[in-house]
Structure formats: C-alpha cells, structure tokens
Design a protein around this ligand. Sequence first.
Ligand code: FRU
Length: 495
Amino acid sequence: MLTQALRDARRFEEEKEREITPEMRPAYHLSARVGWLNDPNGFCYFQGKYHLFYQYHPYNSHWGPMHWGHATSTDLLHWDYLPAAMAPDQPYDRDGCFSGSALMLPDGRHLLMYTGVVNEEQDGRMRGIQAQCIAIGDGIDYGKYEKNPVISISNLPKGSSKYDFRDPKLWQGKDGRYYAVAVTDNPSKGGGQVLLFVSNDALKWRYETTIMSNNERIGLMWECPDFFEIDGKSVLMCSAMDMLPQDLKYYNGNGTFYITGEYDKEKGSFKEESDHAVDYGIDFYAPQTVVAPDGRRLMIAWMQNWDTCNLHTPDVPWFGQMTVPRELSVKDGRLYQKPIREIEQFRKNRILHKNIQFSHGEISLPGVRGRCVDMILEIMPAGKDIYQKFALRFAENAKYHTAVSFRPHEGILKIDRKFSGSRRAIIHQRRAAVGCKDGGIRMRLLLDRYSAEIFVGDGEKVMTTTISTELSAEDITFFVDGSVYISVEKYDLVM
Ligand code: FRU
C-alpha cells in the first residue's frame, strides 16, 4: 500500500537522522527529524497521544516538494519521531502535500485533510493548482482517499483563485457535523479570504460561507487559518503574507494575526471586535490549535519566518523548529498565551533572588545562568525617578548575547538578537508596545539551545526569536540606566 516515494522518504530519514546527536537539537522544542520543517499540521490528540505532523522536505534543509513529517508526544515537550506520513505521490498532489489538519472518524480511523498541489505554467511562470485532499489511517500509515480532491475550485465562490486555495483546518461541531476553514486568494478583493465548508461525513464537502475577506487590510494573501471558540468569543487566526507595517501593531513581511468577535451561525457572519498580532518577536508563523483532553486550547507554531529562513547551506542536517506549545485564553478582546503547564515538571535547581536593588550598570546574580532555562523576572523602579532603560541579556559570553530591553517612559519592549551568532543582514530586532504601570514590568523567559520566547505580564504579549549562539554562551546579566529592584526566579529545564 505504501508508495515508492513514501518508502524512499522513510528509508532516507531513518538513515540520515543517525548523523544528528541530541545536543545538536533543541532540548524541548520539536525540530525536523531530518532536512526541512515548516508549518505544524494535523495537531491532534489521537489514541492516547498528541500527534503533530509538519510540512517536511526530508532530502535537504531547504523547502522542497512537501511531505508530511510526523511525531507523537504525551507531554508536548518530548517528541518521538514516527515515519513520514505522506509523500507527494499522486496525480493530484504530485508537487506537494501542503498544510492541513486532522480529526478522528466515528469508527476510530484518523483522517487528515491537506492541500494537494499540481504545478502548471501560467504566463511563463510555474504556479500550483491547489485543492483539498484526504488521507485516512491508523496513526502511522495513511492511505490517500480514492475520490480526491474533495474540495476544489469548482466548489468555491466566484472570483477565487485556483492557485491559492489551501490549508484546511478541521473540527467537529457540537451538532456532530464536520467543519473546515481554508483560505483562498481573491485578487479582485485585495487578497486572502477565509472560507467555511461543511460536511456530514468529513468526505463530501460543500461551501457554506465566507467568514472574512482581507481587502488589503492585513497583508495580501492569507495562510493557515484557524477558527475556534474560547472564553465565550470566536477567534479567527491567520498568517498574512506581504504585510505593510502599522505602527507597532503589525510588521513588514509575514506575520500572524487574530481577530476576536461573535460568529452568528444562522447568518454565517462574523462580527469582529478587535485584531492584534499573535507574536511580536521575529520567528513565529502558521500556528495551529487543538483542544487537549482536559479542555485547554493549545497552540503551536512554526518558529521561523519566511523572510529569514533560507539563509543556511543545504548540508545543515535539520532546519526548522516549533514554538513551545502555549495555553490560550481570551480576556477583554485580547488573546493570552502561557507556556503549557507540563513544562513546570522539568524545572530543577530553583534560584530565587528577591528585591535586589542596583543602579547604573550591569550585574549578574549567583546561580542565574544556563541555556535551557525558565526564568521569571520582575522589575520595579527604585528611588523617585523611573529608570530610563532596563535590559536582560542571555545566551551571553564575551562575544555573544541576545537582549530584551525595556524603556518604561515609552512603554516599549525590544528584542535584539544582533549578537546571537547571525552572519546575515536580516531582521534582528523587533519592538512591542507593552502597558507599563509606574515602570514595573514582569516577564517570563523560556530559553532553549536555539530559541528564546518572552511572555510579558500574564501572556498578553509574546516575543519569539530563534538564535544560533554557540552553546557555551550561558551567562545571564541585568543592566539598568537608573535604579531598580529586581526579583528573579530561575529554573534549569532538565528534560
Ligand atoms: C505557510 C505555507 C502554507 C502552505 C505551506 C507550504 O507557511 O505557505 O500556506 O500550505 O506553507 O509548505
């Protein structure tokens, strides 16, 4: 039943992975088994485990004909690689199995819906015709459905492009029916739009309504939609391409936004209330969410950015990692993110420094260092004038550091990875506007070998970046222009 293309991919990844030692990988973030990884796909809980698939090009560390890689986990931090789940091996997906999602059928079988791509030449350039396809399996091996594709251009409203129609996200509604959102480009309407499809059996689909059209408001084409209810609100999440900056709200390039609002099922209309970026750092794209067995809505994303991800040589044995999975909630129209609580069981060697006062200069604190770290930092002004600037530096030695700095008078938090080992002229800094009560701020740093994620306050803003700093750069220091009290609670993450 397995095609030659899939058997080849499985044999290749098994052999190639022997070249990669555990230390060459992140300690608790999922990375490509071998070769290249982009979007998370098919994030689900199936037969007692979380399954995560991913956009995958096993044969080298650059994007290429898309396969689906596969891994499982019980705690979302330790992952076991499974054999690649899909290869582009059918007439309707011969140029790629693009992003998609998963659900369990009533008979216990596992269903994947993905975008099949077939390239054709249009006006002298190659473009992919995209349609939604299904594969059904047992959690390891998947067979492609004989009636593929199940949703194609003929199902779409007028004006949609057959070239940009992708990334179905599935769920089962309370009414027992199956739903999927997917994106299309509608060039005459200024870019991406999110379409809703419905099905009684998850195999035969029909178009229901258009949930949102871009009209060039946030970038041009949209990718990887997700649509869910949480804390009494509906949330639409999408990744936008070719964005123009809007103050400190959205940045140039590719980024992910969410819109909260009310979805009226009867009318099929989404009344929006507020929109924001999901992550204000440098490397975050194409998130996907899942409901955990205990009811938490968890999100994981590709920890990269399309504008900065192609700068390595193809002989790198793996490229591409996922963010830490995050627990979501919504309050006052804002999405809050917290690292999954499972991570707390791997905290070791607690170091606590309370209300340490220092002024004008840099300090380090006993025991506060390391490269796999979970650290909570609270800063309060000391004296009558609020300090000008505070900076936290980590992954630091004489040559390298990555910094998060805060200017309370401007209410701006900045991440800067200029000195993190990058040899390229790419984006190294991003800024986020953060609320600031009298110069006080609280943040949590999750540091792994090749990334840093900073959660501000209760998780109302997050800044994520990859780093390529040598692992011996383990120092953590604090700098202030002015005078502050800081409290630091720091753990090693021992996986
Ligand atoms: C987003 C994306 C998706 C597509 C996939 C291809 O990063 O462009 O829209 O399905 O990557 O690998």
